[in-house]
Design a protein around this ligand. Sequence first.
Ligand SMILES: NC(=O)C1=CN([C@@H]2O[C@H](COP(=O)(O)OP(=O)(O)OC[C@H]3O[C@@H](n4cnc5c(N)ncnc54)[C@H](O)[C@@H]3O)[C@@H](O)[C@H]2O)C=CC1
Ligand SMILES: O=C(O)C(=O)[C@H](O)COP(=O)(O)O
Length: 400
Amino acid sequence: MPTLSLSVLADENIPLASEAFGSLGTVQTLPGRAIERADLMDIDALFVRSVTTVGPELLSGTPVRFVGSATIGTDHIDQEWLQNEGIAFAHAPASNADSVADYVVAIALHLALKTDTSLADRTAGIIGCGNTGSRVAARLRALGANVLQNDPPLAEEADKRGEDHPYVSLDHVLEKANLISLHTPLTTHGPHPTHHLFNGDRIGQLQKETWLINTSRGAVIDNQALSSCLRAPRANVTATALDVWENEPTPDAELLRHVDLSTPHVAGYAFDGKVRGTSMLYHAFCEFLDIEPAWSPDAALAPARLGALRLSPPDARLPRTEYLDALARQACDVAADHHRLQKVLDVPPDERGAYFSRLRKTYPKRREMQMHSVSKDAVPEAYHEFVRDGLQITLVDDVR
Ligand SMILES: NC(=O)C1=CN([C@@H]2O[C@H](COP(=O)(O)OP(=O)(O)OC[C@H]3O[C@@H](n4cnc5c(N)ncnc54)[C@H](O)[C@@H]3O)[C@@H](O)[C@H]2O)C=CC1
Ligand SMILES: O=C(O)C(=O)[C@H](O)COP(=O)(O)O
């Protein structure tokens, strides 16, 4: 296909952006936080990630006619303004939902091991049951947890259709659950806003010994209220795992110090999910231009690499939680991510934002659990279902 004469600007952290969009025109890249209006004066299409706020301040008076965000979340995009201006928009729903689900499962196993408890003794409350939350719910259920689901918008839609649904109220979750995982978008308007959904009152209502996990957006939890709760002498929250923070890239240092697993907004960073995001934007842009897609990410995700993703089976005598944690950790090491972020507390405050962003940019290549395999014969049969359905690691027959 001949190269079109379009000008494209992409966040430098969108993998394979030059490969994908290069066939459509010239591609420049910049750090997402550095993209300014002045950079867009001869740009036809802008591709961003979550760190670039897109609205009138960035785009008015520019020739940009298409905006893509290689993310699930869209709270950084003023979609209403784009629509009013006739600027097309696409994002990447579900692209990295498996990556986040892998991450939450790895966190849950890590916390189970650390607290010497079992997921089978947990009642998990999943807040927001779309692409990500529903995956997390299915996996935690497969790992033995009792799962409660809360999603008022989905509950209302089902009610309107007169259908039964599994969704319970947030109050019910707060009363029953001792593992809470947040998977809502960040919203400030509408009937079910999520900004500070977990405020001081709700945090105070959590059951004793609750684990609170947030991989959605930082401001879904009131970070100051959580910080106060964690520092209280008899906190009801015994373990917290935060991947997202208010005021990224400079989270509150006190909160950071008191969190059991702290990571720099990388739950969705499995390579497969990021590349899926690029591919979804490429397809949406081709549709906008009314041309046939010519680029495919298949080579980058080549199954030939699967051999390198064979996991070492842990000692078959290990108890279930230790066994599953040992397997999951080979694919997704949340403790290592935590230790890397905790080091930010050793750097001067005015350098912490750059440190946080650097951790994200240099995040080690992680593949989705489903891309990894382990020999079926090496895994005790009693654990097959947990490995396959809970971790989503592929069990393979060995070729003899
Ligand atoms: N940490 C990370 O790296 C990543 C974070 N995310 C975040 O996770 C969020 C969720 O992702 P998906 O599940 O894929 O989105 P989704 O749009 O498929 O699902 C979101 C669900 O939340 C529900 N919801 C909305 N308001 C609610 C409320 N007040 N209470 C309970 N439920 C509510 C919606 O009805 C919907 O079912 C994204 O919007 C994004 O902000 C997404 C990917 C990666
Ligand atoms: O997809 C989303 O939504 C996310 O939160 C992204 O995974 C976050 O990555 P960046 O866009 O901030 O690089």
